[in-house]
Design a protein around this ligand. Structure first.
Ligand code: PGA
Length: 264
């Protein structure tokens, strides 16, 4: 089996002010400094990022969104050049909160992915079904549609673009985040998560071919905690975690990462 380097990213969402972010890093960065076998990062609001990226180079920094155009009349958006100017590693794309509240679609998600990969930045493309879609047994169709439409909208033909130049850190990562598990305290069981990740992996093998698909990472997100991280990370197709609520306190998130990397 291909070894994939695990990736743990805290998604701070619309939380923290600069001083709070700084105080977090003073505790968190030394606590995870010894982690060498996995990537550890934070997806922070854009105003928090300058300064932190240069000061805490051992962590990866992600924006929470990125536009596809190089510049122009797109009020409220961020370009890849802006992200590069503050040394971020990449950006989340199409988090379910943006799909539900900000009009994000599979098409716009794909356009964002294309811009990021084109700029040599990492894209973490979030997908996942709602509770109604899970309960009606349609979750596979939903994931397939998100993947199919999202990747088609990138316009990319040569998918070696998804790998980039660092063999340990492919530029394209997927985050499977069932909407019913986000912020609810009701994480997917390790069995449910592995089943969905294996489904996604199978789809990716068909789409990209085995070589690329085996190298791309699929994170799990949705109520990941210190209690469930171990079991989730022991699953063969789960390559890391995207963590919301449990990433807000530095000691707690450091412990979660340290426990998660035991399976890395
Ligand atoms: P949660 O959020 O860990 O608070 O469920 C995860 C996410 O939204 O990425």
């Amino acid at each position: 089996m291909t070894h994939r380097r695990k990736i743990f990213v805290g998604n701070w969402k619309m939380n923290k002010l600069p001083q709070e972010a700084q105080a977090f890093c003073e505790v968190f960065a030394p606590a995870v400094a010894a982690v060498k076998n996995a990537d550890v990062g934070l997806a922070a609001a854009a105003v928090l990022i300058p300064g932190l990226t240069t000061r805490y180079r051992g962590l990866q920094w992600f924006a929470q969104n990125c536009h596809w155009a190089a510049s122009g009349a797109f009020t409220g958006e961020l370009s890849t050049a802006m992200l590069k100017s503050v040394d971020v590693s990449g950006s989340l794309v199409a988090h379910s909160e943006r799909r539900q509240m900000c009009g994000e679609t599979n098409t716009t998600a794909g356009q964002r992915v294309a811009a990021l990969l084109g700029a040599g930045l990492q894209a973490i493309l979030c997908i996942g079904e709602t509770l109604a879609e899970r309960d009606s047994g349609r979750w596979r169709e939903v994931l397939q549609e998100q993947l199919e439409q999202g990747l088609a909208a990138t316009g990319i033909k040569n998918w070696s673009a998804a790998l980039g130049s660092d063999p340990e850190r492919p530029l394209l990562t997927f985050a499977y985040e069932p909407v019913w598990a986000i912020g609810t305290g009701r994480a997917a069981t390790s069995g449910q998560a592995q089943e969905a990740h294996a489904f996604i992996r199978g789809w990716l093998i068909n789409y990209f071919g085995n070589d690329i698909a085996q190298r791309l990472r699929i994170q799990y997100g949705g109520s990941v905690t210190l209690q469930n991280v171990d079991e989730l990370m022991s699953m063969p197709d789960i390559d890391g975690a995207l963590v919301g609520g449990a990433s807000l306190k530095p000691d707690d998130f450091a412990q979660l990462v340290l426990r998660g990397v035991r399976n890395a």
